[in-house]
Ligand binder design. Structure first.
Ligand SMILES: Nc1ncnc2c1ncn2[C@@H]1O[C@H](COP(=O)(O)OS(=O)(=O)O)[C@@H](OP(=O)(O)O)[C@H]1O
Ligand SMILES: Nc1ncnc2c1ncn2[C@@H]1O[C@H](COP(=O)(O)OP(=O)(O)O)[C@@H](O)[C@H]1O
Length: 257
């Protein structure tokens, strides 16, 4: 019963990405938010979704937590299960992207290799990796679901960042940080970021920055300047993502040929 299907073939549709982009006034893309638990992936994805909706765009969120109630409910948190989880999220995202949607994926997706495989399944420019780079100390101080406390108490094994790995992206399309920059100098340490955050407060009380590591030729440098001035609430982070989508020409229909 567990045989892989061989007698299948691909059926081509007559309506392709260009027609869908013209109809929807946008190009399908997967915005993949990766980062530790509590980094802000779900919060930021929801803000981006709302911003896009308000502007008449068509987006949809695939949240790792939520998909584990259905499509991925048979999976746990072993490296193998996480790989399969990310693969399924990637395949679901790919279908929605192909339908022309702006797909916002929020999943820890801790392994570089798993994320790279998703990128390979998408057309060039169809996958934007966004690193929600809140340091472990900040995530742990937020602990929105009490999971870090339970992991530290030994009640949850294999928790990302505690006793399971998290591999940060090496060249993300966008990196959202909360680490304050010393005036005119290099970023100060993550520990300083936490130290500047009063207990019970969020790290937004620091003077954060958004670092855009994308190619400056596509407008990323403009984003960087604006973001530094704006600070880094979840709304600023969401605006940076929308800015990146605009800079990549994904929020306008293709020019008529
Ligand atoms: N062991 C362990 N490690 C990490 N996270 C855990 C674990 N057990 C449960 N949770 C909760 O599951 C959410 C992560 O699910 P994901 O599908 O995003 O994980 S992964 O991409 O497959 O690594 C994660 O959600 P977020 O906090 O939204 O990231 C946690 O709420
Ligand atoms: N700049 C920020 N961006 C996103 N979340 C933030 C920010 N500052 C504080 N937070 C808070 O941090 C928590 C992040 O939780 P969540 O979005 O569930 O993270 P994740 O999905 O990465 O696990 C929320 O309680 C959110 O209000």
């Amino acid at each position: 019963m567990n045989q892989v299907a061989t007698n299948v073939r691909w059926h081509h549709a007559t309506i392709g990405p260009e027609e869908r982009a013209r109809r929807l006034g946008q190009r399908g893309v997967v915005v993949w938010l990766t980062g530790l638990s509590g980094a802000g992936k779900s919060t930021i994805a929801a803000r981006v979704d709302a911003l896009l909706h308000a502007r008449g765009h068509h987006s949809y969120i695939l949240d790792g937590d939520n998909l584990r109630f259905g499509l991925c409910r048979d999976l746990g948190f072993s490296p193998e299960d996480r790989a399969e989880n990310v693969r399924r999220l990637g395949e679901a995202a790919r279908l929605l992207q192909d339908a022309g949607l702006i797909v916002l994926v929020a999943a820890i997706s801790p392994y570089r290799e798993d994320r790279a495989r998703v990128r390979e399944r998408l057309p060039p420019g169809g996958f934007l990796e966004v690193f929600v780079d809140a340091p472990l100390a900040v995530c742990e101080s937020r602990d929105p679901k009490g999971l870090y406390r339970r992991a530290r108490a030994g009640e949850i094994a294999g928790f990302s960042g505690i006793d399971a790995p998290y591999e940060p992206p090496e060249a993300p399309d966008l990196r959202l940080t909360l680490v304050p920059h010393a005036p005119g100098g290099a970023p100060s340490s993550a520990a300083a970021s936490l130290a500047a955050t009063p207990a019970g407060a969020t790290a937004t009380s620091t003077s954060p920055t958004i670092d855009v590591t994308a190619d400056a030729s596509d407008g990323a440098s403009i984003l960087r300047d604006r973001s530094v001035a704006a600070g880094a609430t979840a709304d600023d982070h969401a605006a940076a993502i929308v800015g990146l989508l605009a800079a990549r020409g994904l929020l306008t229909p293709p020019a008529a040929t």
